[in-house]
Write a protein that binds this ligand. Structure first.
Ligand code: TYM
Length: 333
């Protein structure tokens, strides 16, 4: 039996990187036999950086709406909000006693987010990967579908699982496998092929959000950075052309075909021809998701009902596993 766990932060709108790097993969897991899926909105992670308390609840609901609009069926998957299952935070503290500061200091996401001001970074930002490990291990998840940027956090999770097992001489936590096989595990910025598409980029023109209108999607793709060469006739020809490679990857992922086939279709053509075709597939693929999201957001009570039910289901598993961990660790329970 496989158990899948993954999550996204309600820091702002989801973008094409979140969708193609992770969410699209989550939907596929849902259809597999012998697979139980748990997908959460990780609101406790979102407060490790500046955030708006006024918007947090609604952003959380919006991410849940995006999950459902992208194809997560709350009847097939357990869909919930991280903070509704307090066992995540409880396990985090227990794991924190086993997490090494040196390893946490090497986390690239911490280094990026803390920037030059490491001394002023909050403990929550530093301990972020331990909470992520707790999210996964509290369910003894076996597989974690994520984008490539989460690989290092997953390594730390595996490390904590084995530290726990060794320290308490048990075979309790499985080693969760990262699943980084989405159609586009690292979607790059539309303005700079060396940077990943990110919610935290100051310019909205660098990313396509799941809520963008067709006009805005068209504008962003038209303005996307490219080079002046035509598209090559084989994939090797895209080496060293990061922006071109990114747009070809997006086309392939959005139309569910291989990159090789995109190249065959557009070999020798200029971006002036390729970009309108990319706009078409992007709009065609994303419009139904955006429309469904808007419909769902018009009926927030329904989303909330799904989330209450999901949290109840998740808590049943989390509570039992936490009790077992406490027992193993010698607590008076
Ligand atoms: P977050 O909210 O930053 O991103 C959510 C998911 O989107 C993927 N992603 C991308 N994939 C491809 N290209 C990109 N440009 C891109 N940008 C983001 C991320 O890899 C991620 O899968 N720490 C996690 C949230 C988290 C979590 C967890 C994930 C908390 N607990 C437990 C899995 C399991 C994060 O910051 O994701």
């Amino acid at each position: 039996m496989k158990r899948i766990l993954s999550g996204m932060q309600p820091t702002s709108q989801l973008h094409l990187g979140n969708y193609l790097g992770a969410l699209k993969n989550w939907v596929a897991f849902q259809e597999q036999a012998d697979t139980q899926c748990l997908y959460c909105v990780v609101d406790l992670h979102a407060i490790t950086v500046d955030y708006s308390p006024k918007q947090l609840a609604n952003s959380t609901r919006e991410i849940a709406a995006a999950y459902i609009a992208a194809g997560i069926d709350p009847k097939k998957s357990t869909l919930f909000v991280q903070s509704h299952v307090p066992e995540h935070s409880q396990l985090m503290w227990l794991l924190a006693t086993m997490a090494q500061m040196g390893k946490l200091e090497r986390m690239t996401q911490f280094k990026d987010k803390a920037g030059k001001n490491k001394e002023r970074a909050g403990l929550g930002l530093f301990a972020y990967p331990v909470l992520m490990a707790a999210d996964i291990l509290i369910y003894k998840a076996t597989h974690v579908p994520v984008g490539e940027d989460q690989k290092q956090h997953l390594e730390l999770t595996r490390d904590l699982a084995s530290t726990f097992n060794t320290r308490y001489d048990v075979d309790f936590f499985p080693q969760p496998d990262p699943v980084i096989t989405g159609p586009a595990p690292r979607v790059m910025s539309l303005r700079d092929g060396s940077r990943k598409m990110s919610k935290s980029d100051d310019s909205d023109m660098t990313r396509i959000n799941l809520t963008d209108t067709p006009d805005l999607i068209a504008k962003k793709i038209k303005k996307a950075k490219t080079d002046s060469d035509p598209l090559p006739d084989n994939l090797k020809g895209l080496e060293g052309r990061a922006e071109a490679m990114n747009l070809v990857t997006l086309y392939a992922a959005l139309s569910d075909i291989k990159k090789e086939d995109v190249i065959k279709k557009f070999a020798g053509q200029q971006f002036g021809k390729f970009k309108p075709a990319l706009i078409d597939v992007a709009v065609e693929h994303l419009t139904p998701i955006t429309e469904r999201m808007n419909e769902l957001m018009d009926n927030p009570d329904q989303i909330d009902r799904f989330l209450v039910e999901g949290a109840n289901n998740a808590r049943t598993i989390a509570n039992e596993n936490l009790r077992q961990v406490q027992k193993i660790m010698g607590f008076f329970i």
